[in-house]
Design a protein around this ligand. Structure first.
Ligand code: PMP
Length: 381
């Protein structure tokens, strides 16, 4: 089996799995005052410091959530105020796009969608234009696209919007733990992440809120006042501890892993483009995550190719949208035809991907594409 779907979810890192198991065997509500409770709280503090170490922020700037979906909802529902603009792009994850559409439903004129080029880059030049006539509001652009891996230059975003007084949110789910993310250097106010994309458990994530950010207090969940009133509910202690352990492991190996993974991704692309010269790589190649490649196999439906290679785990478009009959909104925003989008497979690699998995996957893909092509040709003939 070649597991090449890290953008859907990465295998849990051994350090994180061990930490989760240990935490699940201990009792203690992190809000309780007795010793087991204090111990749980102490471990949560450690995880907060571990994540802060990965992001270069202070632990008090982190709100633990159930994942990036919740973090995105919390960020945009808090940062957007009717009458101000909410600027984003059509290539964002649905957790941003749908939240943006929902909060601006009564004032659709507040929602500004920047254009996406055929290389997957968001048109950041248009940002300055937006703020010629508007001020305040929030700009939400993802650190890296989940389908193509294309990166957003957040420093350029900050330069364009800071003077207008707008807040900057980034959905950094696909970039955290894969490339260095330094919130101070990036100059963002809000940043969302999910543990399972960098080797932590599923169902836990965080929102970073820069200290001093003028954010109206609009929690999604109210109740016991946990997470400084931003997210009520008993903390997911085991999940948070696993997130911390994964953050720590990712931080220690970041540069080395990124280089190794990029070399494997390049090898996969070379093998596939050599054997199938008509396949096309999507997205700006010199500005993307190390472990992602989005490849169109013209005339060959991706679902048929994936079904013909059950021992390769990859995905059509994004996993969150799979099962739905609509083509990838990201590829359509980049100008691909519906047919081309339907013939596109995303391979995403990560910290545990091996040479053998790449060799095996390349052979399996070539075999599957050739097989699907000839059965389509037979059916035609
Ligand atoms: N944003 C991006 C860019 C993602 O790739 C994902 C996961 N597919 C999410 C948000 C949502 O993360 P989660 O499902 O863990 O909440």
């Amino acid at each position: 089996m070649s597991y090449l779907d890290y953008n859907a979810t990465a295998p849990i890192r051994p350090e994180a799995a061990a930490a989760v198991i240990e935490a699940m065997q201990s009792v203690g509500n992190a809000s309780s005052m007795h010793q087991p409770g204090r111990q749980a709280a102490h471990r949560v503090d450690l995880a907060r410091r571990q994540l802060a170490g990965l992001l270069n922020c202070s632990p008090g700037e982190i709100i633990f959530t159930s994942g990036a979906t919740e973090a995105n909802n919390l960020a945009l529902r808090s940062a957007y105020t009717p009458g101000n603009s909410l600027v984003t792009s059509p290539a964002e994850h649905p957790a941003v796009l749908e939240t943006a559409r929902m909060v601006t439903a009564e004032r659709p004129e507040d929602l500004v969608l920047l254009q996406v080029g055929s290389d997957g880059l968001v048109d950041l030049n248009a940002l300055e234009q937006v703020f010629v006539t508007r001020s305040g509001g929030v700009v939400s652009l993802m650190g890296a696209n989940n389908e193509t891996g294309v990166l957003t230059d957040l420093r350029v975003v900050a330069k364009a919007v800071r003077e207008a007084g707008a807040l900057i949110h980034t959905d950094a789910t696909q970039i955290v733990g894969r490339l260095p993310v330094d919130v101070a250097e990036l100059d963002v106010d809000l940043l969302s992440l999910s543990a399972h994309k960098f080797g932590g458990p599923q169902g836990v994530g965080a929102l970073y809120v820069r200290r001093g950010t003028p954010l109206p207090h609009r929690p999604l969940l109210v109740g016991g006042g946990q997470e400084r009133g931003w997210r009520a509910g008993t903390l997911n202690v085991a999940g948070i501890i696993g997130l911390g352990a994964a953050a720590d492991a990712a931080r220690r190996n970041l540069g080395e892993e990124a280089e190794r993974v990029a070399a494997l991704r390049d090898r996969l692309e070379r093998l596939l483009t050599l054997a199938l010269p008509d396949c096309r790589l999507n997205g700006r190649r010199d500005q993307r995550l190390p472990g992602v490649t989005s490849i169109t196999f013209p005339g060959v439906p991706a679902d048929a190719v994936l079904a013909a290679m059950p021992d390769v785990a990859a995905s059509e478009g994004s996993a969150c949208a799979s099962g739905a009959p609509t083509p990838s909104h990201v590829l359509l925003a980049m100008g691909l035809s519906r047919e081309a989008a339907d013939s596109t497979i995303r391979f995403s690699l990560g910290y545990a991907t091996t040479d053998a998995e790449i060799e095996h996957a390349a052979q399996a893909v070539v075999r599957a594409v050739t097989q699907v092509r000839s059965s389509l040709a037979e059916a035609d003939g």
